[in-house]
Design a protein around this ligand. Structure first.
Ligand code: ADP
Ligand code: MG
Length: 216
């Protein structure tokens, strides 16, 4: 167990930096995400994610929600309304449900964030009907939330390993499943973007998220 996980307090600013850092990472990796989606999907995952997170950062600036839960609920709602692909409702549900689980607390512990994200990931599994091993974003998200009780760094490592582990999998959900055996040998785009979302937690903590957002 990492030092002081329960003691560390995450405020509204942390959650805004998390969304900014995710948006910056998605901008940086958009071409790669689309390239992965062109192999086993319809080549729009990078643009879908960019459209969604650009809308998220814009609405967070405009409405300035004042609790961690409100940041995530507003972000989730905007992903659902701006992203046409399957990933919009799925990521939107993840953030909205996690935000609801945080309630209206002004600050939350890392443990509360881990619990809330576990709730969000369970909602994604329910909405999409997928489970671990189906070659979807869940293959990165599930190990990540399991490791989140330990540290952000452990969660990042688990998400990145989870995304890599999708390469030999046969897709059982989403567009990639239409390819059957031909989906084998390619990394899942949604698992790859999920690893960016999880890695952004560590950047938000160190304040890199705000710096990255300002620099872009
Ligand atoms: P679309 O497939 O509609 O073009 P995107 O390209 O934006 O949407 O997102 C594709 C990603 O969404 C996939 O790589 C996969 O990770 C994820 N995905 C698709 N269907 C599901 C599902 N039923 N459950 C979980 N994740 C899914
Ligand atoms: Mg697609």
């Amino acid at each position: 167990m990492a030092e002081g996980r329960g003691a560390r307090v995450l405020d509204t600013g942390f959650f805004r930096r998390w969304m900014s850092a995710t948006s910056a990472a998605v901008d940086r990796e958009a071409a790669h995400l689309t390239e992965l989606d062109s192999a086993i999907g319809d080549a729009d995952h990078g643009t879908n994610m960019q459209r969604g997170f650009t809308a998220v950062t814009a609405v967070l600036d405009k409405e300035a929600p004042d609790t961690p839960g409100a940041v995530l609920v507003l972000s989730g709602r905007h992903l659902i309304s701006t992203v046409g692909g399957a990933s919009g409702p799925l990521y939107g549900t993840l953030l909205r449900r996690a935000g609801k689980a945080l309630g209206d607390a002004a600050e939350v512990s890392q443990e509360q964030l881990a619990d809330a994200l576990r709730t969000g990931v369970a909602a994604v599994a329910q909405l999409g009907g997928a489970k671990a091993g189906d070659k979807t974003m869940l293959d990165a998200l599930e190990p990540a939330v399991a490791a989140l009780g330990e540290s952000f760094a452990a969660a990042r490592e688990a998400a990145e390993q989870g995304a890599l582990a999708t390469v030999p999998m046969l897709a059982r959900k989403g567009r990639a499943s239409y390819l059957g055996e031909r989906s084998i040998g390619h990394q899942d785009p949604g698992a790859t973007s999920s690893a960016l979302l999880i890695a952004a937690l560590g950047q938000a903590e160190s304040g890199d998220g705000a710096a990255a957002a300002e620099a872009s």
